[in-house]
Design a protein around this ligand. Structure first.
Ligand code: ADP
Ligand code: MG
Length: 279
């Protein structure tokens, strides 16, 4: 059903998108260490609600570490430590009062290598994350059917799999498996989706499908994507941050801003060189 809002003029109704506005994320002065090796230094980044933020930069500059910090996975690495704050809707996700499982539910993650449960059905794969929420029903019902369909539609996979939901996850192509992982992440209704090089193992057609999916969910989900593909960063993101670990400094943001500015009018020569393939 389409929601509407009454205005003061009783003859007009303004259609309102049925979707909610997701929470944004803000990293404040994030520094990170593995043992005594510092890998990130004073990273400040606002990931606006519903926007797509791309993290770019050479290998080893701390992009994956930064993503893991955004959903409390960094703290699972033995010897890893952290300074700074990550605010979700203004609340520090590292606040001891907030359970890690709750921030990980609200901040989902998709990895470079698609990792659906290979022998589990497509249907059950989509629902697998619900155990995080403690709301996993014992058996399929109309509600789970609806959630599976909606999540697969959002991930742009429904039409391809709707007649074979009982097939195992491993029966899908690489690109389909990645979109299944996106559907699984979306099924728990996250505010934020973190994606670590989600297309680097995919062929160009699958890559395009995932990019379409990202643009489709933007607005309803706050997306942060790490990519080495500059055209992809340009195509999918609204905001772009260029990371570098160089000249004796741990990983830090050299330059960030609206994607158009980073690609068309970079202020720093190193950004210019990187986005134009000279590095
Ligand atoms: P990127 O994703 O930009 O390639 P990473 O975040 O993976 O960079 O790595 C940043 C730095 O942290 C690198 O020097 C890497 O060797 C180091 N690093 C990453 N993970 C670990 C770990 N689990 N233990 C020790 N060092 C790590
Ligand atoms: Mg990485």
């Amino acid at each position: 059903m389409t929601q509407t809002t009454q205005t003061n003029d009783p003859t007009t109704t303004i259609p309102v998108a049925p979707s909610r506005i997701p929470a944004g994320l803000e990293a404040r002065r994030i520094s990170a260490w593995f043992g005594d090796h510092q890998v990130l230094e004073d990273v400040d980044l606002v990931m606006a609600p519903g926007a797509v933020t791309a993290l770019i930069g050479p290998s080893g500059c701390g992009k994956s570490t930064f993503l893991r910090i955004l959903n409390r996975m960094h703290e699972l690495v033995p010897g890893a430590s952290l300074a700074g704050e990550v605010l979700l809707e203004g609340q520090d996700i590292y606040d001891p009062a907030l359970r890690p499982i709750e921030s990980r539910r609200r901040i989902g993650m998709v990895f470079q290598k698609a990792n659906p449960f290979p022998t589990m059905s497509i249907y059950d794969n989509v629902l697998a994350g619900l155990s995080l929420t403690g709301k996993k029903p014992r058996r399929p019902n109309a509600e789970t059917d609806g959630l599976v369909e909606q999540s697969l539609r959002s991930a742009g996979l429904w039409e391809e799999v709707k007649t074979r939901l009982a097939s195992p996850g491993a029966s899908l192509s690489g690109g389909q498996q990645q979109r299944l992982c996106i559907a699984r992440a979306l099924a728990v209704n996250p505010d934020v989706l973190l994606m670590d090089e989600p297309c680097s193992a995919l062929d160009p057609t699958s890559t395009r499908r995932v990019e379409e999916t990202i643009r489709q969910i933007a607005g309803e989900v706050t997306v942060v994507i790490v990519t080495h593909n500059m055209q992809q960063a340009h195509r999918v993101s609204d905001h772009c941050a260029f990371f570098l670990a160089a000249e004796g400094r741990p990983g830090h943001i050299v330059e960030q801003g609206p994607t158009e500015d980073i690609f068309e009018r970079p202020q720093d020569q190193r950004t210019n060189d990187y986005v134009n393939g000279r590095f």
